[in-house]
Design a binder for this molecule. Structure first.
Ligand code: PXG
Length: 467
């Protein structure tokens, strides 16, 4: 076993971390000053930090540990595969049983005719694949100029150059000269924040029709695809109005634009269906998945591709000059197969539909009664609450955006609950195996943390609104 420094104190570990480790989406100076939070073990829906504090993980890691921590079957699947064949590639006319069986299984589980799979190591890589694949597809059909991909502001599609360009996070584009050419962004369907006087239904239609405007502006003959998350995750669990997706589908169909549905967060049970495309009745040409595919136990991504696209690539595409060393990594595939098997065997998605998701929804909605909450919304097992200093006007805070959210997040942590802040929106995405008593605990901790947040905001003079 590697020499893990159990004997080091939290402070010693933090000092080493600050000296040598550059963290993702983290201010390095800040982390050096106060030290990173060190998580050292986990079981079920709980984490323990290096000081022994227990936390309820309301985020399933980073939206991914769908089966919860400590699943021995996944460990056994990995160990067995490591002994059998720890690595082999899937390049140059080669393959291996775990990749074959996972590809077959995904074809069975995915909606519609998403029968083919391109494997990658992450969601970001899968979206890089998708960008190249859709452009190559149109080239194969003699339309290389059909290359523009339309996405949305505040979308998150990953951190590689292509995926971050596809994403619509302005603060990400500000670093490193993004987006790359050939990608444009329309407004998101965020009714609470941007709906103005429109009803949710009107707003959903209006925002979907921006896609048609954008296609008209660029030209049908230039647009390859539209990419979107069914529910934006990192953007703050933005659940589109019911009118949104049917209209998007109509527009993509009528204008012959491929639809890439990014289900990296929403796939594999998160919305209480296998895929959110089923929840929203979407028919994707390509679906991006990762995270919950292996329940986060090992890195793996998968682009699920419909027959129409895969057939053209097969017949006219020649060699797809694209691939990752770890495309279809045998150990990751074996763990993903086992994770899918557990979801099925334990009827976890059926149980969510019948029991757990409605229970969480009912309890989550009670948070809307708190004076600090402007809206509580939920889709299956992902949910958000909007912090506001003025519940009636649903106004934003007068101070810097995200300040209240960070205060709330830190108070949640101190109270033993991991809830993530996105600006002043608090979000959860707990393991799908969370029980009713654990949901009660989550809601209790959330109420307690909101009370304390309200007090702290009042003390600091931050309970002021913009109206
Ligand atoms: N698409 C979506 C919809 C995602 O949520 C990715 C692609 C990229 O996947 P990888 O595996 O390359 O990270 C994601 C990832 C957050 C947060 O702050 C969200 C993600 C990753 C990191 C942080 O909520 N989602």
């Amino acid at each position: 076993m590697p020499d893990y420094p159990d004997q080091l104190t939290t402070q010693e570990l933090q000092t080493l971390d600050g000296a040598h480790h550059i963290h993702p989406f983290t201010d390095s100076a800040g982390i050096k000053a106060h030290g990173a939070r060190i998580i050292s073990r986990a079981e079920g829906v709980y984490l323990w930090d290096s000081d022994g504090n227990k936390l309820l993980d309301g985020m399933a890691g980073l939206w991914c540990v769908n089966l919860g921590y400590g699943r021995k079957e996944l460990v056994d699947a990995a160990a067995q595969q490591m002994l059998q064949l720890p690595y082999y590639n899937t390049f140059f006319q080669t393959t291996h049983p775990p990749a074959i069986m996972l590809a077959k299984r995904l074809g069975e589980l995915a909606p519609g005719d998403l029968n083919r799979v391109f494997f990658s190591g992450s969601g970001s890589e899968a979206n890089d694949t998708n960008l190249r694949m859709v452009r190559h597809y149109w080239s194969c059909l003699g339309k290389p100029e059909k290359h523009v991909v339309i996405s949305r502001k505040n979308a998150y599609h990953g951190s590689t150059v292509a995926a971050a360009s596809l994403g619509g996070m302005a603060f990400m584009h500000a670093q490193g000269g993004l987006p790359i050419p050939g990608i444009t962004h329309i407004e998101q369907p965020y009714w609470y924040g941007e709906g103005g006087d429109l009803s949710a239904a009107e707003f959903g239609l209006a925002r979907a029709r921006l896609l048609e405007d954008e296609i008209d502006r660029i030209g049908d003959d230039k647009v390859a695809a539209f990419i979107a998350e069914p529910v934006q995750g990192a953007g703050g669990v933005v659940i589109p109005p019911a009118t949104y997706w049917p209209e998007i589908q109509r527009i993509c169909d009528e204008h012959e634009i491929l639809l890439i549905v990014d289900e990296v967060i929403t796939g594999y049970g998160r919305t209480a269906n296998w895929f959110a495309s089923q929840t929203f009745n979407i028919c994707p040409d390509i679906m991006t998945t990762a995270k919950g595919l292996s329940s986060g136990y090992l890195p793996i991504g998968a682009s699920l591709v419909c027959d129409k696209v895969a057939d053209v690539l097969e017949e006219k595409g020649g060699e797809f000059a694209h691939g990752y060393t770890y495309s279809g990594h045998p150990v990751a595939c074996a763990v993903a197969l086992e994770s899918l098997h557990i979801l099925e065997k334990e009827k976890i998605i059926e149980n969510l539909q019948k029991d757990i998701a409605p229970y969480l929804a009912e309890k989550w909605q009670t948070l809307a009664d708190h004076p600090l909450i402007g809206e509580a919304r939920i889709c299956g097992m992902m949910a958000a609450i909007e912090l506001t200093p003025d519940k009636v006007a649903r106004a934003p805070f007068a101070g810097e955006r995200g300040q209240a959210g960070l205060i709330c997040r830190d108070i949640c942590f101190a109270n033993g609950l991991v809830m993530r802040s996105v600006g002043d929106t608090m979000v959860i995405s707990p393991p799908l195996v969370i029980t009713k008593p654990q949901i009660d605990e989550l809601i209790e901790l959330a109420f307690k943390s909101l009370d304390m947040t309200e007090q702290k905001l009042a003390q600091d003079g931050l309970l002021k609104s913009t109206v």
